[in-house]
Design a protein around this ligand. Structure first.
Ligand code: UDX
Ligand code: UDX
Length: 464
């Protein structure tokens, strides 16, 4: 039977854009995206497309074309589950903050809740698709929960991890490098895989759709993110060597990236990687390896996180050191708070950790980000539990004008690589800065030579 009705649980950064693209590319399929968060659903239904809860280039146009036709955002979870032939689970799977596996394992609480809800509601056979990133063998747990309801409904669980990167999500979904679908290697499992292949085949060439067993698919998602993050940590570790040797990290990256065996992607030295996936997925891998008593493997991957923490701390310490060893009562400007450009997502952004260190050292943080609200910044600081809410509020000043954010500043640091930062009138910023005026470019995006000509002292990652 052809799939005509899909439900996706979780209207977040993954569920929203992915379902919008499926709806656009498959006009004959009705797609219901559900979420327990009513505000989020309302934002997805907002007639003003600027108010969509996820900022993603190209997304408003996709939503506009499909919403109300075959794409619906609703809090009516039960009916949407009941009517669906295929249900995607795209709820968040954060790192556990409590109990067994605290700080490393993925918290599968929400995934389990979804499975229980589906089991409770379903009255006919369904294909369940894991979209959330999950530890290897989670499908087994989902299958067990679904099968233990005893209401005679058959469930096939597939793994279909998402590889989109925020900021380029729509393009990534339109032109995926590959779509990965894992399923049981039984007759029923293979039929379920084929149904999902048929959906993606509406716009993805068949040779780019890779089918595997369910465990390979689950593990591949973790491994893909671990490899990408490892490249960033590798080049960041080299950036520290460059700063002490007069080698230039961008030149090193270019030179090694021209080797086709290495490739030139994910070699941009930075203030440290962020985002909802890299750290969480590596920690997960570390935890899985440890649980399997593969301690050497676990230590190996943990080092990627350690270098990332080192890079963030190193950057903050560099600011303190160059301001004569103290930032107490000094105004430090952060340009950018999002974990990368072209997104309003701030999860695990380096900005949070760098601010925390600077605030601990007595600094006043003044932040400008084109897409992140003050409320989000404060809530990010709050999540670290370092100090009282009132103290976070006092320490962080949010700006809607970058020039105001930079005015009378002791140090200006670029944390996110937003394009607009390169186009600013840096002479004007220099004139309004406390002297000696200092810029810390955590993304190596500014024109260093030009800034130095203006009179700035410039610190860049991996350059001397
Ligand atoms: C996704 C993946 O699912 C995660 O595993 C991956 O590693 C990162 O990307 P993402 O879409 O970014 O998560 O998360 P988020 O934007 O937080 O969206 C999840 C949504 O699920 C939220 O809107 C939340 O309200 C919703 N949710 C959560 C439910 O509808 N039901 C629940 O029980 C739990
Ligand atoms: C990542 C994966 O790329 C994607 O396939 C997966 O589905 C989810 O996780 P995302 O976290 O959205 O996507 O963004 P990504 O472009 O991978 O960047 C992650 C972090 O690494 C960002 O903070 C980015 O600034 C940083 N980064 C990336 C670098 O510092 N240097 C690089 O060369 C590349």
């Amino acid at each position: 039977m052809e799939i005509k009705n899909i439900c996706c649980i979780g209207a977040g950064y993954v569920g929203g854009p992915t379902m919008a693209v499926i709806a656009l590319k498959c006009p004959n399929i009705k797609v219901n995206v559900v979420d327990i968060n009513e505000n989020r659903i309302n934002a997805w239904n907002d007639t003003k497309l600027d108010n969509l809860p996820v900022y993603e280039p190209g997304l408003p146009s996709v939503v506009e074309q499909a919403r109300g036709k075959n794409l619906f955002f609703t809090t009516n979870i039960d009916d949407s589950i009941r009517d669906a032939q295929m249900i995607f689970i795209a709820v968040n799977t954060p790192t556990k903050t409590y109990g067994e596996g605290k700080g490393q394992a993925a918290d599968l609480k929400y995934v389990e809740l979804c499975a229980r809800k589906i089991a409770e509601i379903a009255t006919n056979d369904k294909i369940i698709v894991e979209k959330s990133t999950l530890p290897v063998r989670t499908a087994e747990a989902i299958q067990t929960i679904l099968d233990s309801t005893g209401n005679g409904v058959n469930f096939e669980v597939l793994s279909n991890p998402e590889f989109l990167a925020e900021g380029t999500a729509i393009n990534d979904l339109f032109k995926s490098d590959r779509v990965l679908i894992g399923g049981q290697q039984t007759k029923e499992g293979k039929e379920a895989i084929q149904k999902l292949v048929d959906i993606y085949a509406q716009w993805i060439p068949l040779e780019k759709i890779c089918t595997t067993n369910v465990w390979s698919s689950e593990l591949s998602k973790l491994v893909a993110n671990a490899f990408l993050a490892q490249r960033v940590s590798s080049i960041n570790s080299i950036s520290a060597i460059c700063e002490k040797t007069e080698a230039d990290v961008d030149e090193v990256a270019k030179a090694i990236g021209m080797d086709s065996r290495i490739g030139d992607k994910f070699l941009k030295a930075s203030v440290g990687f962020g985002g909802s996936c890299f750290q969480k997925d590596i920690l997960n891998l570390v935890y899985i390896a440890k649980s399997l008593e593969l301690h050497e493997v676990s230590d190996y991957w943990n080092q990627v996180i350690m270098i990332n923490n080192y890079q963030k701390t190193r950057f903050a310490k560099q600011i303190i050191k160059s301001l004569f060893g103290t930032v107490s009562d000094k105004k430090i400007t952060l340009l950018g708070w999002a974990f990368k450009k072209n997104t309003n997502d701030t999860r695990e952004s380096a900005a949070i950790y760098i601010s925390d260190i600077l605030i601990d050292n007595g600094a006043k943080i003044h932040v400008y980000d084109p897409k992140v609200s003050k409320q989000q910044m404060i809530s990010d600081l709050e999540s670290l539990n370092t100090r009282l809410y009132v103290d976070n509020e006092k320490a962080l000043v949010h700006h809607t004008c970058p020039y105001e954010a930079c005015k009378s500043s002791h140090a200006i640091s670029v944390i996110t690589e937003w394009d607009e930062f390169c186009d600013y009138n840096w002479k004007k910023i220099y004139d309004s800065s406390i002297k000696p005026a200092k810029v810390f470019d955590g993304r190596n995006v500014l024109n260093m030579e030009n800034l130095r000509k203006i009179g700035f002292e410039v610190y860049s990652i991996g350059k001397s």
